[in-house]
Every structure is written in C-alpha cells, then in structure tokens.
Design a protein around this ligand. Sequence first.
Ligand SMILES: Cc1cc2nc3c(=O)[nH]c(=O)nc-3n(C[C@H](O)[C@H](O)[C@H](O)COP(=O)(O)O)c2cc1C
Length: 202
Amino acid sequence: MSNVLVIKTSILGGYSQSSKLIDEFVDGFTTKHPATKVVVRDIGAEPLPYLDGELVGALRGGDAELTARQQSAAALSDTLIAELKAADYVVVAVPMYNFGIPVQLKSWFDLICRAGITFSYSETGPKGHITGKKVLVVTTTGGAHRNTATDLALAHAQAVLGFVGMTETTVAYAEALNMGPDAQEKGLASARETIKAFLSTI
Ligand SMILES: Cc1cc2nc3c(=O)[nH]c(=O)nc-3n(C[C@H](O)[C@H](O)[C@H](O)COP(=O)(O)O)c2cc1C
C-alpha cells in the first residue's frame, strides 16, 4: 500500500484549477490502487501559522524554554514532517500569485525546512534528508511564464523541494488559464497529459 500526501495551496476554493487537477490525479491513483492511504492538507482552506521572530526560535532547537505558541508551532512542524516522511508520493499545488508561490505554501516550506531534521549542511554543501519520494508538482498560472525569467513560483517550489531531498519531481504545468477559453483548455490539457503519463508509471 502506498501513502500519498497532498498539499493543496490555492486560495480560490471551489474555483481552484490546481485543486481540480489534483483531485483528478487522486481519483486516478485510488482507482488504480484502492488501498492507497491519502492524506490531504488543504492549507489554502486551513492556513498554517507564518514564520515570525517568535516562531523561528521554536524550529531551531536549543535549550530555551518555549512559549505556548512556540510549542504549538514546533508540534505542528513535527507533524508536517512526519506526514512527509511517511509519504511515498507527494503532490504539491503551486499556483502563481503575484509572480510567486502562495504565502500558505511558503508557510509549509518554513515549517518543514528544519536544520538537522530535513536538511543539513556539511563541507560539501547542503544535504536533503527527505529522499526516495516521487513528487508531482501541479503548477497553475493565469498568464504564460513557462521557461521564462518570470516562472518564479515553480522555480521557488522546486528549489525548496530539492533542498530537502525531493529531487525526483514531475511537473504538471497548466499555463495561460486566464488567457481565454482556448488557451485555458490547452493549458489544462497539457497538465492532464503529464498527470496521465505519471499515473501510467504507478
Ligand atoms: C491573487 C492572485 C494573483 C495572481 N497573480 C498571477 C501572476 O502574477 N501571474 C499569473 O500568470 N497569474 C496570476 N494569477 C492567476 C492564477 O495563477 C490562476 O488563477 C491560477 O489558476 C491559480 O491557481 P488556482 O486556480 O489553483 O488557485 C493570480 C491569481 C490570483 C488570485
């Protein structure tokens, strides 16, 4: 039995294109493998706390006594990392908002990037500890940014995922979704092709 962890990050609720594509992927996966355990974190709907001066102290370890808010953030971070470690497949939604990733996804990254736990540094450079995962990134953009200097949301997401060890990434790219019905259909069809090809390997 495989474990699938889904990180939904859209703020658009029922209108989200990335959530829709991810739901299609999960349907395809569970139809093929009904015993799959799927854990869905919809952090667009239920946002995580964002990193600030107090919370950063909770994630760095050390002997200092933690405040209640720090304890709760540290426990949440532990839970998110445990979910990640338990997953065989990780699906991450990367919608582009104002040229970047959603703040909700940034908060997830901030809570899973823990020195000594999910990555470490040595003389040879950084080493990610979250290895052996198959990752599907579903990225959605209103305009056309693919393979250009403004493809920043995807670049950011792939950099962080790779940093903690998730280097085996498939990208389902739905672009130009706000550029008229034809462009939208083409963008979604392209992402669906990638998802179908990914499912055929599972
Ligand atoms: C607040 C906001 C900011 C956006 N900024 C951009 C942008 O900078 N570039 C772009 O191509 N599309 C942008 N879009 C369009 C989204 O990328 C597009 O709606 C996509 O479908 C979002 O994914 P989602 O439907 O899963 O939320 C923006 C949409 C929203 C709601």
